[in-house]
Each structure stands twice: as C-alpha cells, then as structure tokens.
Design a protein around this ligand. Structure first.
Ligand code: UT7
Length: 402
C-alpha cells in the first residue's frame, strides 16, 4: 500500500499527525567487538569493515523489552506537556516481546498510567516502527484518536544464537519512542509505503514452533541468510524511498535527512549511492548500537533531533526493512522547534510523576488484593469479620477514581 494525505477527508479540513515527542533508552552494558573476539571466531577488523559496528548494548537480567520501552516512552512524554491519561493509543513494534500475551504495549500502558489508551504490539520485525507510525498516523488523521505513543523496543540479545557469528555480531538491545498528535498545522506524516513478501520467510526469522526447526535453525533463535538479505535491503531502500517521496509530492532533493533502519553501514552506503544522495544525508549511529531491529529508527531519530540535525520544516524519511520479508518508508515534515526551545511545564512534569507512581501503587495493590482474596477465601467465607474484610477488599478498586 502507498498513500498520501493531500485531500481533505469528508470535506473537512485535513487533520495532520505531527510528532511532538521523542525519546530513547539503551542498557548500560556495552559489548564491544573485542569482547566478541573472546567468544567467537571473529575479529574487530572484520566486524568494523563488513558492518560499521563497533559496539552494541546488552540488556541486564532485570531489563526487558517493556522496561526499555517504558523509559523511552517517559522520555518522549517529558518533552511534551502531556500526561499519560491523554494518550489514546500505545503501539509497540517489537519481535522480542516479554510475553506472547499480554502485549508489551499493555505492560507499558499500565506502567505509564495511560488509563484511556488502547494498546497492542505490532510484529513486522525491523520494519515494525515504520508500520506502527503509519497505523497511528492513520488513526489520528481519520479523527478517531488524537494522541498516540509509538515505541520500537527490542531485546535482541535474548533471541540470538551466540554461536552464530553471522548474526550475533550484528544485533543489540534498546528502545525508542515518539508521541504523535493531531494538528491542523500542515506537516507530520505525509506519505507511507508499506510492503511485504512472505516468500522471503526463509531468509530471516525466529522459529517459534518445532515445525520450523530444520538444518542449523534453533527454536526461538534467529537465523539469517545475510548475503540475500543484504541484496534485498539495498533494493527496497531505493524503491520505497523514491515511492514515498513521490507520494508526498516532494522530490528527493527536498529531503533533509533519511533515517534508515540501522542494519549495516555498507547497505546504507550502497543505498546512498544508488539514490545519488550524499552519505551525510543518511543518519547513522550503528557503530554504537548495532542493529536494534524495530528500535533502530526511533533511536536514530532521537539522536538526530538532539544533535540539531533536524530543523523545523525539514522533510525527513524513515525507511525500514527486514524479516517478513517486510519493508516500508514514510515521509514526515518536522513541525517542532529545536529541542532547546521545547519545554515541558513543571505542573505537567509533576502530574506525569504522579501518574507513574500511582500506576506502580495500583499494580501492587491489585497483586496483593488477589493474594489477600485467595487467603480469605481459604478461611470460612461466611465467618463474620472475615466476610466483611473480603467485601471491603472487593469493593476497593482504583479503576474509576481518576
Ligand atoms: O535487520 C534485518 C536486516 N538485516 C540485514 O540487513 C543484514 C544484511 N546482511 C549483512 O549485513 C551481511 O550479509 C553480514 C554482515 C551478515 C555478512 O557480511 P557479508 O559480507 O555478506 O559476509 P558473508 O556472509 O558473505 O561471508 C563472507 C565470509 C564467509 O567466509 P568464507 O565463506 O568466504 O570463507 C563467512 O564465513 O565471512 C565469514 N564471516 C565472518 N568472518 C568473521 C561471516 N561472519 C563472520 C564474522 N567474523 N562475524
């Protein structure tokens, strides 16, 4: 599918979906190429020259896709004046969720105290963030929601086969997030191209059932035929960037910055050559984080904004590609001032802190209430005071006291 938003919907003035907040979070632990030399038949020289990666971040035992996503989301909210209860939708693009269900998005929605939001995970591997932005933007532009939180979060280290030097040197953990909001100001997500070719499932994936464990593949571990994915990536970056730019009614020369999925520096060089675009107009930070799958674009976006590489009014392109096979590109017109001019009010900050605290207390309360109820039910349920205690426990709920 490819679309743009040049025509008003139902005769009304068009609604635009602008990015108003951005954030990222990565684990503290660094795994360098030298560290990998100690456990694999590889070298710093090979990894640097073939991929451009110097190091990546690895989640600690306590860190999860949800905890990293939550931090990135809190940072994205912190550059806005919003409180979590104003969010209408939370989407997490991930291929490494904490649970099959509940969704990682639901866990984050709860920890934020985003009490009015729907939440779901989106599975499109490394293209997931681009897909998720388009889903949120469509919902905003249709008028059905006003504000969405879109997160890309991954703990790839947990699905790597650490004996496979073809994949384990590439990936890292991290999260990035953006807030999208309805606006009448022209800008935000202007066009999108989303594509898939499931015939490429054999090239890149993570088998989740034994039926797909053949040859060298392992259950719940990633496999990849790197060379074929490389060729696919360079082709689809070119095609989808051109198509999305045309759909937005601009030219490639108008684009200030292309923020691609951070897979391999050679892929990006080759795409820049084939598009005839200066390498500097391709954002790269994979030397420090490696390939963080669905998180790589929002992390790169965060760093581009913070380092002043994006100015108000700039056209930027996100382009993602990966497992599925899937790929996609979106064109965005940036509509926020420089970060230094973006301030969140003190009241908004305090209300957000209160929301996070309340969400934690509420979660603990629900947990202990269930335990208490079980305990009380074990004792004779009709016995005077205990019966009254049980009713009190049942009565008190956090649900509707916003
Ligand atoms: O995020 C999803 C999208 N993923 C991608 O876009 C990844 C795309 N693919 C790639 O980035 C590259 O294909 C890799 C970095 C994975 C591999 O680079 P390559 O230049 O395609 O290497 P290759 O697979 O063709 O292997 C070349 C040689 C082989 O040795 P022989 O057969 O020529 O003797 C490999 O065994 O390099 C060897 N090799 C290594 N040597 C040292 C493969 N991995 C390593 C390694 N260290 N880590």
């Amino acid at each position: 599918m490819a679309n743009n938003i040049s025509s008003p919907q139902n005769g009304n003035a068009p609604i635009y979906a602008n990015i108003i907040g951005w954030g990222m979070a990565v684990p503290e632990t660094r795994l360098t190429n030298e560290d990998l030399e100690a456990i694999l038949d590889t070298s710093d020289e090979w990894i640097r020259s073939r991929t451009g990666i110097h190091e990546r971040r690895i989640a600690s035992e306590k860190e999860t896709t949800a905890s990293l996503g939550l931090k990135a989301a809190q940072q994205a909210l912190s550059v806005t004046n919003l409180v979590p209860s104003t969010l209408d939708m939370v989407i997490v693009a991930t291929c490494t969720p904490d649970y099959r269900f509940p969704s990682t998005a639901s866990l984050i929605q709860n920890s934020l105290g985003a009490s009015q939001a729907g939440a779901f995970d989106l599975s499109a591997a490394c293209s997931g963030f681009v897909y998720a932005i388009q889903m949120a933007a469509q919902a905003i532009r249709s008028g059905s929601i006003k504000t969405a939180l879109v997160i890309g979060s991954e703990t790839m280290s947990r699905v790597l086969d650490w004996q496979d030097r073809g994949t384990s040197i590439l990936f890292g953990d991290g999260a990035g997030a953006v807030i999208l909001q309805a606006s009448e100001e022209v800008g935000g997500v202007l066009s999108a191209v989303l594509r898939s070719d499931g015939a490429g499932a054999d090239l890149l994936g993570i088998p989740a059932i034994p039926n797909y464990v053949t040859g060298d593949r392992k259950l719940n571990k990633m496999y990849m035929i790197g060379r074929d994915v490389f060729k696919f990536a360079t082709r689809v970056i070119h095609e989808s960037v051109i198509e999305s730019v045309e759909a937005a009614g601009i030219t490639l020369a108008d684009v200030a910055l292309i923020i691609p999925h951070q897979a391999n520096d050679r892929i990006l060089q080759s795409a820049a050559r084939s598009l005839n675009v200066d390498r500097e107009r391709f954002m790269t930070n994979l030397d420090r984080y490696g390939n963080t799958s669905a998180a790589s674009i929002p992390i790169a976006l965060y760093e581009a904004v913070q380092t002043g590489r994006i100015k108000e009014g700039d056209y930027i392109v996100f382009v993602g590609f990966g497992g599925g096979l899937s790929w996609g590109a979106i064109v965005i017109q940036w509509r926020v001032p420089r970060p230094a001019e973006v301030h969140s009010s003190r009241i908004a900050k305090q209300r957000r802190q209160f929301s996070y605290l309340r969400a934690r207390v509420r979660g603990r309360w629900k947990y202990w209430r269930r335990r208490l109820r079980m305990l009380v039910n074990r004792v004779r349920p009709n016995y005077g005071r205990i019966y009254r205690l049980r009713s009190k426990i049942d009565e008190y709920d956090f649900e509707d006291d916003e």
